[in-house]
Design a protein. Structure first.
Lengths: 405, 301
């Protein structure tokens, strides 16, 4: 009996020392700063998870090749420890805890998607580990009062708001504009909707259709039937890739003729390749474009980053913005370490919050809530040649959409 | 909601035609997978939760074949043949072992199969939503208020052909008779020299082939994704519960009924509730059955 109790005590002691010792080693290992990320490499986010990981890896390599990160007069290399979260939030939270507690990571890069970020942010917050994320755009991430969460991308309510501005510019009387909306019920799409509704109220436009789409969406013909009957001036859709693919397919099939159609995820759903005729004139928001006139000393201009990334990963014909923003997140870490000139996680956290810089990805400056307020969302239109062109004001766009079914 | 009712019945009644047509197209595809479920349920008392995943698997096979530029009728035949063999394999490896077990084992086992199939499809084909665009013409009527995609008409025709073939097969052929005999009384069937194990294997493979056919139709008229199977499973269960087992005319009429109900609910309340519609029918049917059966129920104390 006594023996057993002794052994238990010894075991607990051993465990306690083990967990107390390990964290101290890994955050900066020799001349390497270790960042940690739980990322979706399998499961439903696998494709975008891979885009993200490549963006991180590309930035790490570029920064290391350019001499690394200088802290206290010494050069450090960056490295990232990845775990595959299988696209499941619960697993993501578990892995974040493992990164922080077992691997001793004190600097985190974000996972892919708002949902995963939502699962992981409370963990990094609990341990006071700063996380710079590039793929969670949901507005709700930045209303929780998180102190250690920073995002380089524009938040989701900005995604389609510009489209409403453009619709307003198409006429002298914005109040006469009839709007049809179809949004999925998930947090991301609901945020996009909130942004659109704010704008609609601002202009006093009239909503004629406001449908919610189901999560396993494969048929939205009823919504489109209503669109045909009510003839709105603008149709706004958001439901991730599946929403864009379903919408494009059925807009084609039902010959829906609305002068202005705006939707998220056109590029991810490849509507320009799969439905080139129908997709002509679609307005698609994007976080970043390679023709952007922004640059930085590390990656060069947006076009330079694009060219070099393609060189590193020749399988891309067009580079997804998910990779670009992932690279920008790593760049923020480098700037913050150098500005803080320290590895103390709270000092570095304060340095991140003060970051103010121009990058190939756009300007970065964090609000008190951690979201990037310096970069706008960009709107692009698909042309009849299935190419995307940047639309900054109403004058740049083809209106009405020019399609003959 | 009031706006939508006005739209349907006052402002533009012509769109009723579109809604009804969509309901019929949807119903035709449901009928195929639901009949397969009813057969397996009735003959071998297996509640196949992987039903929808068989449908999606058929869709992905069609997608793979169509990218090799194989014409649609041939795709349909290849998928049916492949899914038949696949279903036979699943029976031999798994279903045979759970035949005598209780209901929960069959539910758990087929649920496991469903998860496995989803993940394998996700690994092979990726998580993107995909579709086969056959670039067939779309007809429009009534000043473009009603459009009829020829792909949906073709799939309705194919569904009708397959359903007729199934009816004739079940009524006339020896194998069909054996299936019906086994469903009625497996023991008597065995006594009379029917190899029930083979009948079970054939029934399950047959169901898998029907799902495969439905999947081909789904992939040419809607979109497919590795995790979409569950909606087809739910609809099949709702239809079978409403129609009863082994009743083909019942299954077909229930399928069309649910298809129409779904579309009208989508039109009037909103697209988000379309998926909820078949489940609400399921609940209503169960409540109604409870009440109507109460009369015949005797209390034993």
């Amino acid at each position: 009996m006594k023996m057993r109790a002794l052994m238990t005590v010894a075991g607990v002691c051993a465990l306690a020392t083990a967990s107390a010792i390990t964290p101290a080693v890994a955050k900066v290992d020799g001349d390497t700063i270790i960042l940690g990320s739980s990322i979706s490499l399998t499961g439903k986010y696998a494709t975008n998870g891979l885009h993200t990981q490549r963006g991180y890896d590309f930035a790490v390599k570029t920064i290391n090749d350019a001499g690394g990160v200088k802290v206290g007069g010494k050069s450090y290399k960056l490295a990232v420890t990845y775990y595959d979260d299988e696209s499941t939030p619960a697993r993501g939270a578990q892995l974040a805890e493992r990164l922080i507690q077992q691997d001793g990571v004190e600097y985190m890069l974000g996972p892919y998607s708002s949902g995963m970020t939502k699962a992981i942010a409370p963990v990094s917050e609990k341990f006071g580990v700063p996380m710079v994320e590039a793929e969670g755009a949901s507005r709700s991430l930045f209303t929780q009062g998180y102190k250690y969460l920073f995002a380089v991308l524009s938040t989701s309510e900005q995604y389609l708001a510009t489209a409403v501005d453009m619709a307003a510019a198409s006429t002298s009387d914005p109040k006469s504009i009839k709007v049809a909306m179809a949004f999925e019920g998930d947090p991301f799409s609901m945020d996009v909707r909130a942004g659109v509704i704010d704008k609609l109220n601002e202009y006093g436009m009239k909503t004629v259709i406001d449908d919610q789409l189901p999560a396993d969406l494969s048929d939205m013909s009823t919504t489109l039937t209503k669109v045909k009957a009510l003839k709105p001036d603008i149709l706004i859709i958001s439901g991730h890739s599946k929403g864009a693919a379903t919408a494009a397919r059925q807009i084609d099939e039902m010959k829906v003729n609305v002068p202005m159609i705006a939707m998220t995820h056109c590029e991810a759903a490849k509507v320009h390749e799969k439905f080139p005729k129908t997709a002509t004139g679609f307005l698609c928001p994007t976080q970043w474009v390679e023709t952007l006139s922004k640059s930085d000393p590390m990656f060069g201009s947006a076009a330079d980053w694009n060219a070099n990334f393609k060189k590193a990963y020749p399988s891309y014909s067009s580079v997804p913005y998910q990779s670009a923003q992932a690279s920008a997140a790593v760049y923020v870490w480098k700037e913050a370490f150098e500005a803080a000139n320290s590895f103390d996680k709270d000092t570095v956290r304060d340095a991140i919050s003060k970051v103010e810089m121009e990058t190939f990805y756009g300007d970065i400056k964090f609000s008190e809530n951690g979201n990037n307020i310096a970069k706008p969302m960009f709107m692009r239109q698909i042309g009849s040649d299935a190419k995307y062109s940047l639309v900054e004001t109403f004058k740049d766009m083809t209106f009405p959409r020019n399609v003959s079914y | 909601m009031l706006d939508n009712l006005q739209l349907l019945f006052v402002w533009a009644p012509i769109i009723n035609i579109q809604v009804i047509l969509e309901g019929i197209f949807v119903g035709a595809v449901f009928a195929l997978s639901a009949y397969g479920l009813a057969l397996v349920w009735g003959v071998m008392n297996i509640k196949n939760l992987a039903q929808g995943d068989f449908v999606i698997m058929g869709g992905y096979l069609a997608l793979a074949l169509s990218s090799a530029n194989i014409p649609l009728p041939l795709i349909l035949l290849i998928v049916i043949a492949f899914m038949f063999v696949y279903g036979w394999g699943v029976y031999v490896l798994m279903i045979r072992r759970i035949l005598d077990q209780d209901m929960f084992v069959s539910l758990l086992a087929t649920f496991g199969l469903s998860l496995l199939m989803q993940q394998v499809m996700n690994l092979i084909f990726g998580p993107e939503v995909q579709t086969i665009d056959m670039e067939l013409p779309n007809w429009d009527l009534f000043d473009n208020m009603v459009t009829i995609p020829s792909s949906k008409v073709i799939s309705l025709g194919l569904a009708a052909v397959i359903a007729t073939a199934v009816v004739i097969f079940m009524k006339k052929s020896r194998a069909g008779q054996a299936i019906r005999a086994t469903a009625q009384d497996p023991r008597a069937a065995r006594v009379l020299g029917i190899d029930t194990d083979k009948v079970y294997a054939f029934t399950f493979a047959f169901n898998s082939a029907l799902c495969g056919a439905a999947g081909v139709l789904v992939s040419i008229i809607w979109v497919i994704q590795p995790f979409y199977g569950i909606t087809y499973s739910v609809r099949s269960f709702a239809i079978v519960t409403a129609a009863g087992l082994g009743n083909l005319p019942g299954v077909i009429s229930a399928a069309f009924g649910i298809g129409l109900f779904e579309k009208y609910v989508g039109m009037i309340i909103g697209t988000a509730y379309e998926v909820a519609a078949p489940v609400s029918i399921l609940v209503m049917v169960l409540i109604w059955r409870q009440i109507s059966m109460k009369r015949n129920r005797q209390v034993v104390r």
